[in-house]
Write a protein that binds this ligand. Sequence first.
Ligand code: SF4
Ligand code: SF4
Length: 343
Amino acid sequence: MANIHRPSTLSIMPTWQCNASCSNCGTLSHPKNKVALEPALITYAIDQAKRDNIAVVVFTGGEATLKPSVLLDAIRQATELGISTRLVTNAWWAKSNYAATKMLAQLKSAGLKEINFSTGDEHAKFIPVSCVANAIVASVEHGFHAYVMVELVATASITKESVVHELEKLNFHSDDKSVSFIESPWTPLDPSAIGNYADGVCANKSNLPQRTGCDSIYSTPTLQADGTLAICCGIGMQKVKDLQLGQLAQDGTSLGELCESAELDIVKLLIKHFGPEKTLAMTSDFREDIVWEDMYAHKCQACIRIFSDSNVLNEIRSRESYFMAKLAASMGIERILEAAFDE
Ligand code: SF4
Ligand code: SF4
């Protein structure tokens, strides 16, 4: 059987350590979590990414810049192999214009292609928005388009507008060509907790048609700081055993082959194609006590619910042929057969 879904991006977490300790951090990071990858394993993973024709390597964390030489070496290696690179950072290092410029110059010279900054109320408890603004300005000056991920909660003090205001204090007037803001629900990892969201943000029957499949599972395997490979780069996926593929052994097995081992799992296929929210909704058609409406703004929290709720898993596994028929109708039966018989 060949891969139906080939990995296109490799996410690498050089360390789970972070200078911040946001509540509900998606990787359970904080200053005392010093778990970090051996540089040799990062080198191996990037070589494997090249073999698998993976187009992009993303460095995330934790805070990847806490391992600056490891990070810069890895960016250089990927660049020399013709792989594009992206860094996700909280910008703690941009404490001044000088510090921001110095870091951006190093990243640019190593070959970094894209940079994403994270901010919001939780982040700002540890990293002032002024750091994010310094980092945005320096990144644009170094020819990057700055992507800024802002936590989405109902009553936020830090919003896109506050970042723009901070930029204006630096006489920097952002436009769509230089900076993109992306709001992402700040999600609890506990599947029974309901986040602080405005009305209509959580999934329910009326907005379910707009909920999409997960574009991370299968396509973005993640090498975590403890050397474990996961099948996605989702928030909180560390807590989900079923999303883990095991330690990345340096035995030449391709990343695609490792991901292939998860392709026969009906639950993951449903998450990929329908998304966690629609998958929950489908199971609730069979069991009224599977309650899901107005609970989940972020698909990863709904996903954690699926894998931690035995009632949901039992409904899917005991009706595998029903759900397989739904998938076949959605994916196209030809595509499934083609993949099954392709040598
Ligand atoms: S800055 Fe990011 S990695 Fe660090 S604790 Fe906060 S959410 Fe986690
Ligand atoms: S929805 Fe699930 S599979 Fe997809 S990224 Fe989130 S945790 Fe991973």
